[in-house]
Design a protein around this ligand. Structure first.
Ligand SMILES: [Cu+2]
Length: 270
């Protein structure tokens, strides 16, 4: 037992050195920040949140997603939405429910977050045509958590416009019965054989700092740009080294989220 623990400590102690070695010896990463963080925020009053990381190694895009507040035991369709031709799409909010039926459906949301660019399936095709391949999408665990990682070969347009893409996860449960059913929100406008609950977006997130390199909206404060570069740099060092460290970044981000919520709760009581 003692020996095992010592071994683990030795391995952990060696990790920072390994990260530095990989980062320094990899000019690609030094020249081109390879990793981008996305914070997933709830849509449709779902309460679903998460953190994702996009990492580029040439044309190999690795996507990590950790999210919670998903519908337990149900598949979550998830995609990279947006455009690679310079159009600046953003996440919608619940006020974009233009038909006023109380659900922000995918068609209403697509006006804001753009079409599916890549379907984040667990196996097989990742094209837009796989967008509703729920049999190949990740399934939330009993606690409503989704954990996803996949490396996908992408086109050069995606590499060059990665900051213009964003992650959307789908699947809501407004009638709170723990499954996708037609009673909660009727039929999906995308496919009447699917419940609206299965296709409506549950969260969305844009690449952090994307506005810096994209179309500026309004007056962007100079301070914001500095902050964005700082956080991107922090990710570059850790996530560029590989899967283990990127997972660490996700874990760190989650801890920060938990800490932030704890602070918020404490503030609320005080
Ligand atoms: Cu989508």
């Amino acid at each position: 037992m003692m020996l095992k623990r010592t071994g683990l400590l030795v391995a952990l102690a060696a990790l920072p050195a390994a990260i530095i070695a990989v980062t320094v010896s990899s000019p690609v990463f030094a020249a081109d920040p390879p990793a981008y963080q996305i914070d997933l925020a709830p849509l449709n009053d779902s309460g679903s949140t998460g953190t994702a990381l996009l990492s580029l190694r040439g044309n190999a895009l690795t996507v990590w997603i950790k999210s919670e507040g998903m519908v337990p035991g149900q598949p979550s369709a998830q995609h990279l939405h947006g455009s690679t031709d310079g159009h600046d799409f953003q996440c919608p909010d619940d006020g974009d429910d233009t038909n006023g039926d109380g659900v922000l459906d995918n068609t209403e949301a697509t006006v804001h977050y753009g079409d599916i660019n890549i379907s984040l399936t667990e196996s097989g095709g990742t094209d837009a045509g796989s967008g509703l391949a729920v049999d190949r999408m990740p399934v939330a665990d009993a606690q409503g958590k989704v954990s996803y990682k996949r490396t996908i070969t992408v086109g050069q347009d995606v590499v060059e416009h990665i900051k213009d893409l964003h992650i959307v996860q789908h699947g809501i449960d407004p009638n709170d019965n723990g499954k996708y059913d037609f009673e909660g929100a009727g039929k999906s406008e995308l496919d009447p054989k699917l419940p609206q609950e299965a296709t409506a977006p549950t969260n969305c997130g844009v690449v952090k700092g994307a506005a810096v390199g994209s179309v500026p909206i309004g007056g962007v404060e100079t301070g914001g740009g500095v902050e964005d570069r700082t956080s991107a740099g922090a990710l570059t060092g850790a996530a560029g080294a590989g899967a283990v460290t990127a997972a660490g970044v996700l874990a760190l981000a989650r801890r920060r989220m938990v800490a932030a919520r704890a602070v918020a709760r404490a503030g609320g009581v005080a």
